[in-house]
Design a protein around this ligand. Structure first.
Ligand code: PHE
Length: 462
């Protein structure tokens, strides 16, 4: 007899775990800055439309697929397409993708942990030095922070679904919401904060062009953790009687609300420090915003709230970002872990040991690719400028493979597993679903324009 599959204990447990996955670095920094640079309120409207009309159907498809198959993505495609070998490859891609994204996300999480450590220990002035980040990434101290993050992630994953992932999310997500609200209130009380709100919220439709639209869709897709096998895996831990449709909508809503709220913190903070900021000069990269820009914002608060006050604000910010990152990291590592447990028929403990070693080795390679190890820094096979291992992983998997995975899910549901099966799966726990407007919309869009749009994004980036 095989052991019973571990499950989330309740709908709210699932929602918090899935929201933990979705709410990440992309929400706190990437989204607000992208919105401000790309038309403020106009970007917000486009983003919200993408979430509702493109991401939610894909999300429901992933969750429905996972719950029906009761397997990791690898096993899900296989068990729902037993005679069609081609689909196994889609399952394989849906496991390799999260593994590789986990590597670059791990690097950033380790850096965040390092910055959290230095904020707590009173070194904010050091972090705020413009040169510091460059030294920090090429320093041996990385190894110590990597060990700490590896232990935290594996302790959570070792607990399994209910005792690990769900328990952590139930504690960490409310803490994240509270810290975010505290920071928003604090930032909005600073002089000139309102200027930031203006750039963030007032729509400027003249900024909207093809690349902004493409960027908004990629951002929404990444932010909702789509195309990474995560929702297939979490769907497989969802109880038969629970309502996938309502839960999925709530996860999308929570993720979008957190991203929106983060903008009420990030932009006002930037303008409070320098009311003359030109929004177009803000960096596109979330990474450089977090590490090079935010410490300067906090140190500038010294004049207002003193060094200790500024350090406390910085600590709350890095703790918030760290929680957002760690809950995402847990979800993404669960995918290959579940696949290894399933395929190799080994215990969770052994699978985690194996995964832990593999991820740590690759993380070290990616983390030392900023000059520390010259051989890892200079890949030019697809770009004019040399790219590091870190950049290559990011470009290939984030920009290109995510929409491809989304496309494959749509095609699989539409032309192999069949939409009527998705409907009947989603109706469990929500019997009225097949007659709703949403169901009609999902049936229509999942086999027509959603795959077309995802194919266009994929081809565009390739
Ligand atoms: N949704 C996350 C974010 O916005 C992305 C992510 C999820 C990355 C899970 C890795 C793992 O940052």
């Amino acid at each position: 007899m095989s052991e019973q599959r571990d499950q989330f204990s309740s709908k709210i447990g699932f929602i918090l775990a899935a929201a933990g996955s979705a709410v990440g670095i992309g929400n706190l920094v990437g989204f607000p800055v992208a919105a401000t640079k790309n038309g403020g309120g106009a970007f917000l409207i486009i983003y919200a439309l993408f979430v509702a009309f493109i991401c939610v159907p894909v999300m429901l498809a992933e969750m429905g697929l996972g719950r029906r198959a009761q397997k990791s993505p690898l096993g899900s495609y296989k068990s729902l397409a037993p005679n069609n070998k081609g689909w196994h490859l889609a399952g394989l891609l849906a496991v390799i993708t999260p593994f590789m994204i986990a590597v670059f996300y791990m690097v950033i999480t380790v850096w965040i942990f390092g910055y959290l450590w230095h904020s707590v220990t009173g070194n904010l002035d050091m972090l705020a030095d413009a040169e510091y980040f460059g030294q920090f990434v090429n320093d041996y101290g990385f190894v110590g922070f990597l060990i700490a993050v590896t232990i935290i992630v594996n302790v959570i994953l070792l607990g399994g679904v209910r005792q690990g992932i769900e328990k952590a999310a139930k504690f960490l997500m409310p803490a994240l919401f509270i810290m975010l609200i505290l920071l928003v209130i604090f930032v909005l009380s600073l002089d000139n904060a309102v200027l930031g709100l203006e750039f963030y919220l007032v729509p400027d439709f003249s900024k909207i062009d093809g690349s902004v639209i493409n960027g908004a869709l990629s951002q929404a897709f990444f932010s909702l953790s789509l195309g990474m096998g995560i929702l297939i895996t979490y769907g497989s831990y969802f109880s038969r009687n629970d309502d996938i449709v309502t839960s999925g909508k709530l996860v999308a809503l929570t993720d979008t609300a957190v991203a929106f709220t983060a903008g009420l913190m990030t932009l006002p903070a930037i303008f409070a420090i320098n009311p003359n900021t030109n929004p177009n000069s803000l960096s596109d990269s979330s990474v450089s915003m977090i590490f090079s820009f935010f410490p300067q914002i906090f140190i500038a608060l010294e004049g207002v709230v003193g060094y200790v006050g500024a350090s406390i604000a910085a600590t709350i910010f890095f703790l918030l970002t760290f929680i957002a990152a760690i809950t995402s990291l847990v979800s993404i590592l669960e995918v290959p872990t579940a696949a290894v447990i399933e395929r190799a028929k080994i215990s969770r403990k052994k699978a985690l040991l194996f995964m832990g070693i593999a991820v740590t080795v690759l993380t070290l390679i990616a983390a030392t690719s900023f000059g520390f190890v010259p051989a890892f820094t200079e890949f030019t096979f697809y770009a004019d400028t040399p790219k590091s291992v870190f950049d290559v992983i990011y470009d290939v998997f984030y920009d290109t493979i995510l929409p491809l995975n989304g496309l494959l899910i749509c095609l699989f549901v539409s032309f192999h597993w069949r939409r009527k099966n998705l409907d009947s799966e989603l109706a469990e726990g929500n019997p009225g679903y097949p007659n709703t407007l949403l169901a009609k919309y999902v049936r229509l869009s999942i086999c027509t324009f959603i795959p077309l749009i995802l194919a266009a994004v994929f081809i565009n980036t390739v």
